[in-house]
Write a protein that binds this ligand. Structure first.
Ligand code: ADP
Ligand code: MG
Length: 261
């Protein structure tokens, strides 16, 4: 299976007919998606619509049943119908995991490590990079997310917003090609949402390619280049933020936006 010839080198990620079932439930129903380099894509949709499953398939945390995914023109995931699985070698899957930085709703920090150790852990243990060099980068990353004074703090000593900013720094430390965010502010107290969105806004402005599942429609409107509405494991509507959020063409999108606002 080759990459769609219409695609340009500007395409960083392509997914074709990605399908994922859990028993009789189709969580993702032949999803097609293209993301351009530097694009910020926000995904909205009701609970259970398949948003997390999509991110998890893109990151190979979840094995999909059928379909194909390319990142940076490399075929990194391909499965065919039925029992015949065209497994990619583990190295391709490992590369795909490394290509995608992931930030979850729950911060998932290592609780026995300081903020600085959390950010250094991946580059040192997974990438086997020299500790001293990684340390300098980790210090710069903590500065970038506004936590220069928190190097030695453990997660329990940080607010939820601070923990999530460490989680973003930790993902960036792996130098991913794109960042996946799964409702990064949903678990935060309302007064802590802004500081995380500010970091994400800066990241977007720096040119990072981002896929963000969020209910923060204001953020989506302001920062996204494109908004996708998912329902029932499908992409129901996609377009510019003003169109999808302001004048949705699908009734399901209108109903969802009315419910969220
Ligand atoms: P969203 O993130 O949009 O809320 P999810 O991707 O988490 O939706 O879930 C999509 C559907 O798949 C839901 O119906 C959910 O219950 C189901 N699902 C997700 N993960 C699993 C799993 N590990 N086992 C069984 N069903 C799952
Ligand atoms: Mg989810």
């Amino acid at each position: 299976m080759s990459l769609d010839p219409r695609q340009s080198a500007q395409t960083l990620l392509s997914a074709r007919k990605v399908t994922k079932t859990f028993g009789s439930l189709t969580a993702l129903d032949a999803v097609d998606l293209d993301v351009t380099r530097g694009e910020v894509l926000c995904i909205i949709g009701p609970s259970g619509s398949g948003k997390s499953t999509l991110l998890r398939c893109l990151n190979q945390i979840e094995r999909f049943d059928r379909g194909a995914i390319w990142i940076d023109e490399e075929l990194v995931g391909y499965r065919q119908d039925g029992d015949t699985l065209y497994e990619l070698d583990d190295r391709a899957i490992a590369r795909q995991r490394l290509a995608c930085g992931m930030v979850f709703q729950r911060f998932n920090l290592f609780n026995h490590m300081t903020a600085l150790q959390n950010v250094m852990e991946g580059p040192v243990t997974v990438l086997k990079r020299p500790r001293q060099e990684v340390r300098q980068e980790a210090i710069a990353l903590l500065q970038r997310v506004g936590l220069s004074d928190k190097h030695d703090a453990y997660p329990a000593q940080l607010s939820g917003g601070q923990q999530q900013r460490v989680a973003i720094a930790r993902a960036l430390a792996m130098k991913p090609k794109l960042m996946l965010f799964d409702e990064p502010t949903s678990a935060l107290d309302p007064e802590l949402v802004g500081e995380v969105l500010t970091v994400m806004r800066d990241l977007a402005a720096s040119g990072m390619t981002m896929i963000v599942v969020t209910h923060e429609l204001g953020f989506a409107r302001e920062v996204a280049d494109r908004v996708i509405f998912m329902d029932g494991g499908r992409i129901v509507e996609t377009g510019a933020p003003d169109q999808v959020l302001g004048e949705p063409s699908e009734q399901r999108t209108r109903d969802f936006i009315a419910a969220v606002l």
